[in-house]
Design a protein around this ligand. Structure first.
Ligand code: NAG
Ligand code: NAG
Ligand code: NAG
Ligand code: NAG
Length: 362
């Protein structure tokens, strides 16, 4: 190779390296393509045109900082409104907001009818950290998380509390519906120190392993859920600790589809959670989903559901049941240590088709 072409190769390599070591600033959708070629990305306030996804497909190691709030044009479509993907990403929302425009869509029906709503609103497909982001008024489900490597989501806010009220389209129902906080089918994920105000599951784990949900506050919704579990999936290694659950239907739930086959749910550990104002149940473990305490299926093997120190302390409303367990025949197995569970208020529920719970009497 001639010296000159060797030199130009070296220069080319150096310039393409220098090419990503830059700051890309996003002031509108038109800036995104160029900005994501840099490993430092700054996002200022702007409105994403209706019907478009703000999609950040980032280089490995990119740091994203929000310096303003993001809104979205309103349109009935499937979304998502925001998507971010990449490896070893540091995403810092700086307390800024993604405003989903919920009231435009809310009709009390969520994903079960009415207008098509962007769902999920936010698709997170990064490893690294994702922190200090606020989501206001998601049209329906908020976050779907499918991280390609370990991810910590920290200090987030989801505020759909406005959807607790009926509106002109909701026939007297709460306007927000199916506004799940986090839907996770993933592995190696921690969600911590976050506040979720919504009308459905605070967390729903559909499959996966090594998922930690700790130090979060859930209000208004359906509690912290493993499930619903369909056919052919495995859940192993879930830690739910130190969460505060306020005015939810239930605090802690495992729901497996009555018709599911060939699935395994095991190694679910609860500790140090507190709940008040529970409307229906303290703990609900139900293999008859979508029925509640209906005829259970036996196609999901459920084992090693334990309450470890520090104590989990739940307070249910009068009229609610403290603990209900509805297993299929032979599908709940082993010994479950519930000595660190205390539930007060309401009435005892039934424990059906399972006698392996130790250290707890209703
Ligand atoms: C979308 O609709 C909501 C609710 O009506 C409204 O608050 C928001 O400003 C609208 N967004 C835009 C970009 O116009
Ligand atoms: C239970 O889950 C934890 C992670 O939460 C994991 O480290 C451990 O190996 C799992 N135990 C079994 C028996 O699978
Ligand atoms: C036990 O499980 C079987 C099969 O899943 C179900 O048919 C039965 O109703 C359950 N037992 C009770 C007491 O509900
Ligand atoms: C359940 O856990 C408690 C507290 O860790 C422990 O003292 C007790 O021996 C355990 N019970 C069983 C049956 O393993």
């Amino acid at each position: 190779m001639k010296l000159q072409s060797l030199l130009s190769l070296v220069l080319l390599a150096a310039s393409s390296y220098a090419g990503s070591d830059c700051t890309g600033t996003i002031n509108s959708m038109a800036d995104v393509t160029a900005a994501v070629k840099c490993t430092t990305v700054v996002m200022n306030s702007f409105t994403v045109p209706a019907g478009q996804t703000l999609n950040l497909d980032l280089l490995t190691g990119t740091t994203v900082t929000m310096n303003g709030d993001i809104s979205f044009g309103n349109q009935t479509w499937a979304g998502p409104l925001f998507q971010v993907s990449g490896t070893s990403i540091t995403f810092n929302g700086n307390g800024h907001t993604f405003n989903g425009g919920g009231p435009f869509y809310w009709d009390g029906l969520g994903g079960n009818g009415g207008v098509t709503k962007p769902a999920p609103m936010m698709k997170i497909k990064i490893s690294g950290t994702y922190s200090n982001v606020k989501v206001l008024n998601s049209p329906a489900r908020t976050y779907s998380v499918s991280n390609p490597g370990p991810l910590v989501m920290d200090g987030l806010t989801i505020d759909n509390s406005l959807g607790d009220q009926p509106n002109s389209k909701s026939n007297g129902l709460a306007a927000g519906h199916n506004t799940d906080g986090f839907d996770c089918s993933t592995t190696d994920l921690t969600i911590q120190n976050s506040v979720i105000k919504n009308q459905d599951d605070c967390l729903a784990i559909n499959k996966g392993s090594n998922i930690v949900f700790k130090g979060n506050t859930c209000s208004g919704g359906h509690g912290i859920s493993v499930g619903s579990i369909s056919s052919g999936v495995t859940v192993n290694g879930i830690v739910i600790s130190g969460n505060t659950i306020i005015n939810n239907d239930q605090a802690l739930r495992i729901k497996t589809d009555a018709t599911a086959t060939g699935s395994t749910v095991t190694n679910i550990t609860y500790s140090g959670n507190t709940a008040t104002g529970l409307r229906l149940f303290g703990v609900l473990i139900d293999q008859s989903y979508p029925s509640t305490l209906g005829t259970p299926g036996s196609g999901v093997a459920l084992s090693a559901v334990n309450f470890v120190s520090p104590q989990t302390s739940l307070s249910v409303n009068s009229g609610a049941q403290r603990v209900a367990v509805n297993c299929g025949s032979g599908s709940c197995t082993g010994s479950w240590n519930w000595s660190n569970l205390k539930v007060s208020g309401g009435s005892a529920g039934k424990i059906v088709n399972f006698s392996g719970i130790t250290g707890f009497t209703q």
